[in-house]
Design a protein around this ligand. Sequence first.
Ligand code: SF4
Length: 477
Amino acid sequence: MTADTEQPAGKPSPNDILVPVSKTFYIETFGCQMNAHDSEKVIGTLEHEGYAQVSDEAEAGLILYNTCSIRDKAEQKVFHRLNEYKRLQGEGKRFAVIGCVAQQEGERIFERAPYVSIVAGSASYRNLPDMLARLEAGETRITGLDDRQTEETFDTEFTVRSNPHRGYITIIEGCDKFCAYCVVPYTRGKERSRTSASVLVEARRMADQGYTDIQLLGQNVNSWRDPSGRLSFAELLTAVGSTPGIKRVRFTTSHPRDFTRDIVEAIDATPTLCDHIHLPVQSGSSSVLHAMSREYTRDWYLERMSWIHSAKRDISITSDMIVGFPGETDADFEETITLLGAVRYDAVFAFKFSPRPNTPAVGMPDTISDEVKTERLRILNDRQREIQREHYARHLGQTVEVMVESYNAARGQIVGRSTQNKTVNFTLVPDALEPPIGSYLPIRITRTMPNCLVGESIAGALPLQTTLQAQPFVVLN
Ligand code: SF4
């Protein structure tokens, strides 16, 4: 290991005794699906560079920490974790901090945790092979922080997916929307889309490997624009959904500003496109939406909802909401509550506002007490739960197709997921064969809850509609 971490640019000095980096790595990942999938690509890149993944940090030569800065006090949590790593530095391990907090805190990480060797934001991951080579050459302060203006995406054929049936494909990276509360445009750089050809090649490769369920990812997935000019977003959905062997296609997260009617038409026309749209609204009040720089109004959002409500298929709608944004009055909050009733979401992920570093909202007077925010969050969640209790009841007696995900031995149930992204806990008809994980089968719904459906398989006759090999059950403890 280089003894001198105070070398100006982190270069090894001639007097340093280099200890080779042990080519094993351990990765910890926090945050959203984009981060989870970034880690899958980072793992694939490392393995291609000759590194082997281990499941215990004690066995790793390189420890990577893929960070998320969305939640409150994210930076503090990262530095706290790095402090825990400190005890491992004497064992010759190297450390890399990657992801949003890495981009946000930059070289400050080296100051506070001098045993860290790599600090890199997601826009720099395509340079990982070079960073690893420099690490192996003994450099101690390697950064990948200057790429937020890059036009390039991190396309790699070496992705190591953790689930053998359902996989992600990132189609667009970064964000140009600059909502007042959000760090993403500062941490993930500007929007850049992959070509339709490269997305479709990856979808076909996944289908050939036995994947049947693909989720297209982007911070604003429907802002995707084909750099080759061939396909619109709705046409890309149809094309991915038409890939032989693919049974389900989802996409997340959509932005209302880029939500066009042809997306609903594509879902209506293409059976493999899932009956589910996640369309974050954030607030039901036009004045709060304006303060958030969301650049749409309540009515404009509701018009998009009316397109979805009038679709031929029963499309499930879910959303994200923030309560207690600076300036949100009781009347504004009431508009959020009435919006819940107007849309009748199947799920809402609601959070109390907390200012994130370097965002415009930091400068807004945050006059709403935490007590009020907490109370508004409780009211919202209670109202939404009532709606879900009523709304989920529409499935009673229906037969839905589920993809088998796991087996709950304690409850004697199998856990599956419907095309609407709902959890379905079910039992088999007597003497039926256990369905393999990743297979599909029809389930009759016998009971509904606010967050899941309960049912029973309607046929003991398997095999199922799947191209997959039989796999043992995952038994949940
Ligand atoms: S659209 Fe807004 S909330 Fe979503 S990633 Fe971009 S800035 Fe953040």
